[in-house]
Design a protein around this ligand. Structure first.
Ligand code: UD1
Ligand code: UDP
Length: 374
C-alpha cells in the first residue's frame, strides 16, 4: 500500500457540514487516509446541530462566529485562524465545499502554503456576481486555486471547461447532498423528532396543505426579505394552508420575519430544525418556498415542488427537470405562483414527480477515490 495521505477537511456552516459528512464518514476507517477535521465555527448552533446528528468530532474549532458578523471581519479572522491550523497539521490535501466565506478563505490559506485543494461542489455558476452575493465570487476564486474539481452535474463540469480549467482536473461526481439525504432518510424511522414545536405545528395544521419556507440570502436583506415575508403573510389568509417556517438565526432575517408573521395564525415560526427534522419537513410539505441552495437540490429529489425565491439560480437543473420554478422575491409573483400550484391539480402533479438531477447518493465514495489518486 502507498503512503497514508493526510486529508484536512475544513468547513464552517450548516450546508457545508451536511454536504461533507458523507465524505467524512467514507474517510473514517479507510486505511489509505488520516482524516483531520477543522471547523471554523462560521456558524455555531446551525453547525453544531449537524455535527451532533452525523457524529462528527472536529480536531480543531476556530469558533469565529460573532453576532451579525461583517464579511470583512469574518474573512480576516478566518484567514489567520485557518492558517494556524494548516501550519500545525501540514496536510497533503485540503478539502473545501461550496461557496461560503469559510471555503474561499480556507482555499486561499492552503494556496499560500502550496497545499493541494479539492473543491467539492465545483462549477456552479449563476453568471452574476450579484446573485448569490458574495457566493458567486467565492466559488470562482476557489476554482482558480483548486487542484481537483468535484462537479455535481455535467453542466457544472462544462462551466469549468469553458473557463479553461485543465480538463484532467475536472471530475463528475454527483452532489454529496443526495448522499446525506438518503443516509438521513434511512435513519428517520428509528429516531424521534427533536423539535416539539415542529411536531405541534404538524398536528395543528393536520388536514391542511403544508407550505415550508426558508430564506436567508444576504443579497435579499431588507427589501427582498420584506417582500417574501409579505407574500407569506398574504398566503396565510388561505384557510386551507399551514405554513411551516424554520427561521434562520441571522438577525437581519429574524426581526423582519417575527414582526410581520408572529400574529399569523396559519404560520408556525420555528427555530432552525436539525437535519432529520428538516428532511421530515421537506417530505411533509406540499410545496417549498425557499432561497436555499440545498433545498433546491433536496426538495426535487423527494418530489416536493420548490418555488425559488431568487432572481437567478446556479442550479437550473432542478428547473429543467420540472421540480422547481424561479419566482424571485416579488410579492405578487410568489403569491400568484403558490396559489396556482395549490389550486391547479395538473400543474401541481407535473411538478411533484421525484427527480434527482444532482446525484445518485454515491458521490462521496467517488470523491474519496479521487483523493486516493490525487
Ligand atoms: C452563510 C453563507 C451562505 C450560506 C449560509 C447557510 C457566506 C458569505 N454565506 O450565510 O453562503 O448559504 O451560510 O446558512 O459564507 N447566526 C447565528 N447562529 C448560527 C449561524 C448564524 O446566530 O448558527 C447568525 C449570526 O448573527 C451571524 C449571522 O447569522 O453573524 C450570519 O452568519 P453568516 O455565516 O455570516 O452568514 P449566513 O447568512 O448564515
Ligand atoms: N436545513 C436544516 N434545517 C433547517 C433549514 C435547512 O437542516 O431548519 C438544511 C437543508 O436541508 C439544506 C441546508 O440546511 O441541506 C441548507 O442550508 P441553508 O439554506 O442555510 O444554506 P444554502 O444551502 O442556501 O447554502
Amino acid at each position: 500500500m502507498g503512503r497514508v495521505r493526510k486529508i484536512l477537511t475544513i468547513f464552517g456552516t450548516r450546508p457545508e457540514a451536511i454536504k461533507l459528512f458523507p465524505i467524512l464518514h467514507a474517510l473514517e476507517g479507510d486505511a489509505r487516509f488520516t482524516s483531520c477535521i477543522c471547523v471554523t465555527g462560521q456558524h455555531r448552533g446551525l453547525l453544531d446541530q449537524v455535527l451532533e446528528f452525523a457524529k462528527i468530532r472536529p480536531h480543531h474549532d476556530c469558533d469565529v462566529m460573532t453576532d451579525d458578523q461583517s464579511l470583512d471581519e469574518l474573512t480576516a479572522t478566518l484567514l489567520t485562524c485557518v492558517g494556524h491550523v494548516l501550519d500545525e497539521e501540514k496536510p497533503d490535501l485540503v478539502v473545501v465545499q461550496g461557496d461560503t466565506t469559510t471555503a474561499m478563505v480556507s482555499a486561499l490559506a492552503a494556496h499560500y502554503r502550496k497545499i493541494a485543494i479539492v473543491h467539492v461542489e465545483a462549477g456552479l455558476r449563476s453568471g452574476s456576481l450579484a446573485h448569490p452575493w458574495p457566493e458567486e465570487a467565492n466559488r470562482s476564486i476557489i476554482t482558480r486555486l483548486a487542484t481537483i474539481h468535484c462537479c455535481p452535474t455535467r453542466r457544472a463540469a462544462d462551466a469549468l471547461r469553458s473557463e479553461n480549467v485543465p480538463h484532467q482536473t475536472i471530475h463528475l461526481t454527483g452532489n454529496t447532498v443526495i448522499d446525506a439525504l438518503y443516509w438521513t432518510q434511512d435513519r428517520l424511522a428509528g429516531r424521534g423528532g427533536s423539535s416539539d414545536a415542529f411536531r405541534e405545528a404538524l398536528q395543528r395544521f393536520a388536514g391542511r396543505r403544508h407550505i415550508g419556507v426558508t430564506c436567508h440570502r444576504r443579497e435579499s436583506f431588507a427589501e427582498g426579505i420584506v417582500r417574501v415575508v409579505e407574500a407569506v403573510g398574504q398566503l396565510a389568509h388561505r384557510p386551507d394552508v399551514g405554513i411551516l417556517f424554520p427561521v434562520h438565526p441571522n438577525p437581519n432575517v429574524r426581526g423582519i420575519v417575527r414582526e410581520r408573521l408572529s400574529p399569523c395564525e396559519n404560520v408556525a415560526l420555528l427555530e432552525p430544525l436539525d437535519y432529520p427534522d428538516f428532511c421530515r419537513l421537506l417530505d411533509a410539505c406540499d410545496l417549498m418556498l425557499s432561497d436555499s441552495g440545498g433545498v433546491q437540490e433536496e426538495a426535487p429529489a423527494l418530489g416536493t415542488p420548490v418555488l425559488v425565491l431568487r432572481e437567478t439560480t446556479e442550479r437550473p437543473e432542478a428547473i429543467e427537470a420540472g421540480g422547481a420554478i424561479l419566482v424571485g422575491t416579488d410579492t405578487q409573483r410568489i403569491v400568484a405562483e403558490t396559489n396556482r400550484l395549490l389550486d391547479d391539480r395538473s400543474a401541481y402533479a407535473a411538478m411533484a414527480r421525484a427527480v434527482s438531477p444532482f446525484g445518485d447518493g454515491r458521490a462521496a465514495q467517488r470523491i474519496v477515490e479521487l483523493l486516493a489518486t490525487a
